[in-house]
Design a protein around this ligand. Structure first.
Ligand SMILES: Cc1cc2nc3c(=O)[nH]c(=O)nc-3n(C[C@H](O)[C@H](O)[C@H](O)COP(=O)(O)OP(=O)(O)OC[C@H]3O[C@@H](n4cnc5c(N)ncnc54)[C@H](O)[C@@H]3O)c2cc1C
Length: 273
């Protein structure tokens, strides 16, 4: 199948892109095209115009301060994999990036595009939620910051308003004592996940978070499991984790709960190692 006919606009700045989006309610932003491209071909998306922000330099840089790392929405998975951006927690971002699809997809696909596509099985949605990242947006009249827990209310949905674009993702910097574990269950290396579990803990900031991805919608965050692991230094057994998952999402199928529980035990084991 081929896409419906559309116009292609290549703005010079993000502000110019937002002007086009605001003037044409049927226009869609184009990042790396790795999710939108297939949707166009299947005619699941039928925009009358693509606003191509994939080449905007202002979205392709990363900066670091003492408190956080801010990564431009247009930075690709491959750039993160290659360590081209400062790491807010040693090794985690490049590890997550390296498990996304295969290199050709990673060369084009962007961090911002991945978050905005909001696929429940996507890697960055879960990883950035575990890292307590904030999405920095741009819009006519000014942008805002959105914390990752609120950013994705459900599958393929974000809280972005029409005419609002993601400019960057701001990730807190963690201390040298911080540990992380990321486990993605998939049938073949680089495939979309059937289960994701992420564990991040930083004793210096009394921070501990447990996130499950590839569930039924938005990532599931469990303060109860995080507290238990932080207090005991041990990960609960599978049945305890499954019971907590049933509380977080009563609609979760038993098989999915078991996959997520196993993923968490592996993620925490990876963090402790
Ligand atoms: C074969 C294959 C395998 C894949 N496997 C994985 C995988 O294992 N894990 C994984 O996480 N992902 C996977 N992906 C998805 C990939 O990571 C995509 O790169 C990503 O989901 C979308 O990024 P993009 O830059 O290509 O966005 P696009 O496809 O260009 O856009 C996606 C959506 O985001 C919007 N958008 C883009 N940029 C912005 C912005 N700055 N502000 C607001 N809205 C914006 C677009 O309008 C569109 O709605 C796979 C893709 C393919 C083709």
């Amino acid at each position: 199948m081929k896409p419906v006919a559309f116009d292609h606009t290549v703005p010079n700045t993000l502000d110019a892109a937002i002007d086009v989006l605001t003037a044409d309610g049927e226009a869609r932003l184009l990042g790396g095209g790795q999710s939108l491209g297939p949707m166009l071909n299947l005619r699941l998306a039928r925009p009358d115009r693509l606003v191509d922000i994939g080449r905007l330099d202002e979205l392709r840089s990363a900066t670091a301060t003492a408190k956080h790392v801010e990564i431009g929405a247009g930075v690709t998975h491959a750039e993160i994999e290659d360590g081209a951006v400062p790491d807010p927690i040693p090794g985690m971002l490049s590890y997550v990036a390296s498990g996304i699809a295969y290199r050709a997809v990673r060369n084009r696909g962007t961090l911002g595009g991945s978050l905005c596509h909001a696929d429940p099985a996507a890697d960055w949605i879960s990883a950035m939620t575990a890292l307590d990242a904030r999405v920095v947006t741009a819009a006519t009249g000014g942008g805002r910051e959105i914390d990752m827990i609120s950013f994705m209310p459900g599958a393929y949905r974000t809280v972005l308003s029409p005419g609002e674009a993601v400019r960057a993702i701001r990730v807190p910097r963690y201390s040298e004592e911080a540990v992380w574990g990321y486990h993605k269950t998939c049938r073949k290396v680089g495939e979309f996940a059937t289960a994701i579990a992420v564990f991040v803990a930083d004793p210096a900031g009394a921070y501990c978070r447990v996130v499950f991805g590839a569930a039924t919608g938005a990532p599931l965050v469990s303060p109860t499991l995080a507290r238990s692991i932080a207090e005991t230094g041990c990960v609960p057994d599978l049945v305890t984790i499954e019971r907590e998952l049933a509380t977080l999402d009563p609609a979760l199928p038993d098989i999915k709960a078991r996959q997520l529980a196993v993923a968490l035990r592996r993620a925490v084991a990876g963090a402790i190692e």
